[in-house]
Design a binder for this molecule. Structure first.
Ligand code: SF4
Length: 753
């Protein structure tokens, strides 16, 4: 109560400053919006609110409800335009007022408006993938529960707790107790919920504070309020309140700032951008969200006020020093804890549209897909707040820790360029402008594997022919033929890795290495993952050190860093539970390094994990590098989802977004600065236009020519099988960076003109 009393009397400028500070502290520089379509399922309503132009009498409507075909047509247009959310707006229980509504429902086999709404949510979800947000007013528990099964979030404006407002006469659903009961029932059911207040409909400042306090109490009780909307009243022709004065701008921003101060700080605060002339000012009052903006449908509640374009929204947001990010109807905090907040039926649709932070995927690009990525680099650069603080520290030579790495992965908009620029500066200082590549051939001797990594589309059981290709096992002679062919094509390295065949004991790998050396004594053998050598030693019951020594004697020189996936055991427990764990992976490389073998660090990212796991991966490998110095490079490997079993089982995302993929290279450069000098990008996963941008984000190595690349193609990647020196030259052309062929250990082979 003291806070609210203080708010009533605080000078506006001070209040705005305080509110903005709370927003900055808890939400940083990110301002979100939801790309959505509005589906006005019915414009009939039993209420008679004095400010409303949405509700219409039956005579003004062709039909009481949109048909399923109309609903799908609107949603499909939205999906085609990149929308993520289908916002169902509708009048409250029209069947209680209009017989024509009840007749329509009866005729079409629906028990109520809510029954029809649930059916349409389900239809839109199934047909378009858009995530329904049901905005159906004051509901009872059973209705909320029914909608929870077919929507990603729900909402209801509390509007006001003043029971005597003239504008709510004749509106049975606007009784404050009914709305508060709905708010709490949603919390009890674990529904990510949106609510809000209307400002300027006859209520006092104290009324607004009372409503905000009630919202805060409900949130403290259930933790379910993801956002609160503060909306200003504007008079509209044809309504009872058409002569009422509009909400004064100062009163509106006071209300937003008061909301920011009263609500728990984690609750997102939204104000619509289309209802204010100077909507940038709303940012000064502490909002961190613009709400839904549709590229397809008008604001049906305020049809006379068109949405700003997304470009305009970005321009205004950036002019105030913020970065705009698209979100889903469900906010990240809720999307990332789906067991608590989402019905099982809605979890995968949410995951499928999410990026690693639980925000909306920004484009349709996926790793390995035959689609050019968005152009993020070069791009406008700006950073302040936490991202800039971390970058300042980096450029002063400070080492980044887990929180700093997570912060950098959160870069959005212009911050991405800022992170990439810092990474590229470190790249220049460390290895100069030279771009390197290695001539190599992948030889995957078998795709039969006893392990069951859930992301792996490459491995087959011995009898399996269900996924791409048949089970195979190359003979030593087959392998030798491939090696000889590779040498003939100029390869200096063969990269040997494959499934863990049930018939292999550790001697198989030694035989392979010897067979390779027999036909190509000078070739560099880069082979056998931490899993293969650990498993090989285990099957022979031989200490890993002794086993690796025998492999070295047979010709092995470096180990690939694959089988690392994500070095965070919580993630591994889901992705690859029967594989080596983090410590075993590290121990294999530690032992290898101690014997003089070299290896690299890979990370397979973008399936189920979040940036904190990426940070942990970087930190444990950096710590080992400080101990041994044995890693030659860091190789980000974006998860390719298309044929991955875990994606088909509806348990994973579609790989990283391009922003995330770029940042992985840039943040890798920053995190490993001073310990791992080379950052490699994988053309198989990133595609060539993606590689050009990666080269502006700290990358100095293009990896190998990879005659035969089976593993990514098995997962669905469509980029070619082989790069030549000429292809690499074309890739860097015009970038002003010299290209050099290297050996596996970064010695130079020859300069390419
Ligand atoms: S990732 Fe490797 S170990 Fe796992 S199933 Fe595939 S081939 Fe086997």
């Amino acid at each position: 109560m003291t806070i609210t009393r203080d708010l009533l009397h605080a000078p506006l400028a001070e209040l705005l400053t305080s509110a903005a500070a709370v927003r900055d502290k808890h939400h940083g520089t990110r301002v979100t919006w939801s790309p959505k379509v509005f589906i006005p399922l019915t414009m009939l309503c039993q209420d008679r609110c004095g400010y409303c132009t949405f509700a219409q009498p039956p005579a003004r409507l062709e039909t009481p409800y949109l048909s399923p075909e109309q609903v799908i047509a609107i949603a499909s247009a939205g999906a085609a335009a990149g929308c993520k959310e289908a916002l169902f707006t509708l009048g409250e229980r029209p069947e209680l007022r209009y017989p024509v509504a009840q007749e329509w429902l009866d005729h079409h086999g629906y028990a109520s408006t809510i029954d029809y709404l649930a059916a349409m949510c389900e239809l839109v979800l199934a047909e378009t993938g858009l995530l329904p947000h049901a905005n159906a007013g004051a509901l009872f528990s059973d209705e909320l529960a029914r909608l929870r099964g077919v929507s990603a979030s729900q909402g209801m404006m509390l509007e006001s707790l003043n029971a005597d407002l003239e504008c709510h006469r004749g509106s049975p659903d606007k009784v404050p107790e009914r709305r508060l009961a709905t708010l709490d029932a949603a919390g009890e059911l674990g529904i990510p919920f949106t609510t809000g207040i209307l400002v300027g409909i006859g209520e006092s400042r104290q009324d607004r504070l009372d409503a905000l306090e009630a919202i805060a109490v409900s949130h403290v009780r259930h933790g379910h309020l993801q956002e609160v909307i503060v909306q200003n009243f504007l008079p509209k022709a044809g309504t009872a309140m058409h002569t009422a004065p509009p909400c004064p701008a100062d009163e509106f921003v006071w209300s937003i700032a008061a909301a920011r101060m009263v609500l728990p700080p984690e609750v997102h605060l939204q104000a619509p951008p289309n209802l204010s002339e100077d909507f940038g000012r709303l940012l000064d009052a502490g909002i961190d969200d613009w709400g839904g903006v549709s590229p397809v449908t008008p604001d049906h509640v305020n049809p006379e006020r068109p949405w700003p374009t997304v470009e305009r929204l970005r321009e205004v947001t950036e002019a105030k020093g913020f970065e705009l990010a698209a979100r889903l109807t469900i906010y990240p905090e809720f999307a990332l804890t789906p067991a608590a907040w989402l019905d099982e039926r809605v979890r995968f649709p949410v995951l499928d549209m999410s990026d690693a932070e639980g925000l909306a995927r920004d484009t349709t690009w996926c790793p390995g897909a035959d689609e050019d990525p968005p152009v993020l680099l070069p791009g406008p650069r700006a950073a302040r707040g936490r991202v800039q603080e971390v970058l300042d520290g980096v450029l002063l030579g400070q080492e980044v820790g887990e929180d700093e790495i997570v912060t950098l992965f959160g870069a959005r908009g212009r911050e991405v360029s800022a992170v990439a620029e810092a990474a590229d500066q470190l790249r220049r200082e460390t290895v100069g402008d030279v771009v390197t590549w290695v001539s190599n051939r992948n030889i995957n001797y078998t795709n039969v594997c006893t392990f069951k990594c859930k992301f792996c589309a490459f491995s087959k059981g011995p009898m399996s022919e269900n996924l791409r290709g048949k089970p195979y096992l190359l003979t030593l002679e087959d392998i030798q033929d491939k090696v000889v062919e590779a040498v003939g094509l100029g390869a200096t390295e063969v990269c040997l890795q494959g499934g863990i065949h049930p018939s292999f004991d550790g001697d198989y790998y030694i035989d392979v290495a010897r067979a390779v050396k027999d036909v190509a004594p000078d070739i560099h053998i880069h082979g056998f993952t931490a899993l293969e050598v650990t498993e090989g030693a285990r099957r022979l019951d031989e200490p890993l050190r002794d086993y690796l020594t025998r492999l070295m004697d047979a010709g092995l020189r470096t180990l690939p860093g694959t089988a690392a996936e994500i070095l965070d055991d919580e993630v591994r427990a889901v992705l690859c539970p029967d594989k080596v764990n983090t410590e075993q992976w590290l121990e294999a490389h530690r032992t290898a390094h101690s014997l003089g073998l070299r290896s690299n660090v890979t990370i397979m990212f973008g399936s189920i994990e979040q940036p904190r796991s990426w940070a942990r991966h970087m930190l444990v490998t950096r710590a080992l590098q400080k101990e041994t110095g044995g890693f030659t490079e860091f190789v980000p490997l974006p998860f390719v989802h298309m044929e991955a079993p875990i994606y088909h089982r509806r348990m994973a995302r579609r790989g990283p977004t391009f922003r995330e993929a770029l940042l992985m290279h840039a943040v890798g450069r920053i995190a490993y600065h001073g310990s791992i000098d080379n950052i490699q990008a994988s053309w198989v996963k990133m595609g060539l236009p993606g590689m050009r941008q990666a080269l502006q984000a700290g990358v100095n190595d293009l990896g190998g020519t990879l005659i035969d690349e089976n593993i990514s193609r098995a997962a669905g990647a469509s980029h070619g099988q082989h790069m030549t020196a000429g292809d690499f030259a074309a890739l860097v052309e015009g970038m002003g960076r010299p290209l050099e062929q290297r050996t596996t250990l970064y010695g130079r082979v020859a300069a390419v003109a």
